[in-house]
Design a protein around this ligand. Structure first.
Ligand code: GDP
Ligand code: IMO
Ligand code: MG
Length: 461
């Protein structure tokens, strides 16, 4: 059966190149919907030689597809309109629809994100968030005190919601964190009138441009009309709030289950389609938390994990970081680097039920004599094929490495033209090892950032 939905899921710690794969398969798509996260994401798409960095607007919008921000997203309208306006200045006309059920990131959420990280940093426990207010917004969603996009359209409801929540946040700052709101950088972030004025204006723009939708109904109707829908995950499995390494996680579900709850499409619809896991050929991580296959040379004083300090493989980590341009799209932070981790990928494959994978960044590893992967872990004398459930256990896992002979640097655009057979032999061996361990075919292989530098072996639609 022809797939009607293709879901794109990060299999690792984010930044696997999801945006590029969404773009690659975007031609056959009518609508691209994000199902979770907010402007903590940073997706890079290269189109006609131009590089676009998007945080909130779904990647498909670059190619004139309808982009939907599903109910599982948290939306900062300041960022959204900045991005839309910037794309318009670059000559594009993005068509973005926002779920009325999506939650709104309000100014105090960002402030609270910063305050809590600061407090945790006193004991080296900070998560290393992107500072976008993601966690505090999802907290208020779960706490039933959030403001939803639909509320911005109704001044009475908006005011009522703000009058309930804002004084609580003010009290948290003053009575829990013992800070003076008026001495914060942005005291207006805790002012009902200031927030009301600004966000009511956003509501008017949403209305004037007819941007809000009932996402589930909209997407179901799209599918009923025989159109194709791509569900674009942000972040990745190991920073999933349920299946990742809690508490060093984001506050949503990037895994495939999130695609159903975060759009209003049923699990059956998502499950009838393809679920493609995006795999970077090595690992990167921004923010804190363990990483059993980490190459030495943790950048600076990586919060919460400085005992790794400077490792013997620091030079290699630096090399890969520079070759891969591994600096955060959103925050510019240098990414930590590690070898591919198979227990992690076996876990991700099970959680989301990948029907296919895309392996990116094979070109970055070219030229190394040896490429290693963490094949299994040893924990308390036992060999593990998949990740343990607690972060404390994961931190104690020692990776058992498998070694591959490296592959040479070649002209990757040519190699991509030549298809899979044109890949260097050892690179093929690496791909086939991953496919066989995960029992999942590689639909696409990325050998460079551009669309023409991807080998496409399967068209999921
Ligand atoms: P996302 O968050 O998963 O969408 O990924 P990011 O855009 O944050 O990070 C991926 C980066 O790698 C971007 O700069 C891409 O242009 C780039 N990229 C994607 N695939 C490849 C690849 O196969 N090789 C190389 N060298 N770069 C790639
Ligand atoms: P894309 O979509 C990589 C990380 C942060 C931090 C943790 C929690 O580009 O793959 P948050 O601000 O979400 O509360 O931060 O999650 N993080 C990401 N890491 N790629 C991302 O998105 C990320 N979004 C959040 O660094 O460790
Ligand atoms: Mg990214």
């Amino acid at each position: 059966m022809r797939a009607m939905t293709v879901t794109i899921v990060g299999s690792q710690l984010g930044d696997e190149g999801k945006g590029g794969i969404v773009d690659l398969y975007g031609d056959d798509v009518d609508v691209v919907a994000r199902y979770q996260g907010g402007d903590n994401a940073g997706h890079t798409v290269v189109h006609e030689g131009e590089e676009y960095k998007l945080s909130l607007v779904p990647s498909g919008a670059i190619r004139g597809k309808v982009g939907v921000l599903g109910n599982g997203c948290v939306v900062n309208p300041r960022t959204l309109f900045d991005e839309i306006d910037t794309l318009q200045e670059r000559g594009l006309d993005p068509d973005v629809r926002i779920a009325e059920r999506a939650h709104v990131i309000l100014p105090f959420h960002r402030v609270l994100d910063g305050i809590e990280e600061e407090l945790k940093s006193e004991t080296d426990d900070e998560v290393g968030t992107t500072g976008r207010g993601i966690g505090p917004t999802y907290e208020d969603k779960a706490g039933r005190r959030g403001v939803r996009v639909g509320d911005l359209l109704d001044p009475d409801v908006l005011r009522e919601r703000l009058e309930y929540v804002v004084p609580q946040k003010r009290a948290v700052v003053e009575d829990v964190y013992d800070l003076d709101v008026d001495e914060l950088d942005d005291p207006d972030a805790f002012d009902v009138d200031a927030i009301f004025e600004e966000f009511r204006e956003f509501g008017r723009r949403f209305e004037a441009e007819d941007m809000t939708v009932n996402a589930g109904a909209f997407l179901s109707a799209t599918i009923d009309e025989g159109q194709n829908v791509m569900l674009e995950g942000a972040q990745g499995t190991i920073i999933d709030i349920d299946h990742g390494n809690y508490p060093y996680v984001t506050s949503s579900n990037p895994t495939a289950g999130g695609a159903a709850t975060g759009t209003g499409l049923s699990p059956g619809v998502v499950g009838d389609g393809e679920v493609i896991g995006i795999v970077k050929a090595y690992l990167t991580r921004v923010g804190s938390g363990p990483l059993p296959t980490e190459l030495g040379g943790v950048v600076g004083d990586t919060p919460g994990y400085d005992e790794q300090g400077e490792g013997e493989n620091e030079e290699l980590a630096n090399y890969i970081r520079e070759e891969g341009g591994e600096y955060g799209t959103v925050t510019g932070r240098p990414r930590r680097v590690g070898w591919l981790d198979l227990p992690m990928l076996r876990h991700s494959t099970r959680v989301s039920g990948f029907t296919g994978i895309a392996i990116n960044h094979l070109d970055v590893l070219a030229g190394l004599d040896e490429v290693k992967v963490g094949h299994t872990y040893t924990l308390d004398g036992e060999e593990l094929a998949s990740m343990p459930a607690t972060t404390e256990q994961w931190k104690r896992c020692e990776a058992n490495f498998k070694s591959f002979d490296g592959w040479p640097e070649v002209d990757w655009a040519d190699a991509a033209d030549g298809g899979y057979d044109a890949l260097p032999e050892n690179a093929k061996g690496y791909v086939e090892y991953i496919e066989s361990e995960l029992d999942t075919p590689a639909y696409a292989i990325g050998v460079g950032p551009g669309r023409g530098e991807t080998i496409v072996r399967e068209q999921p639609f």
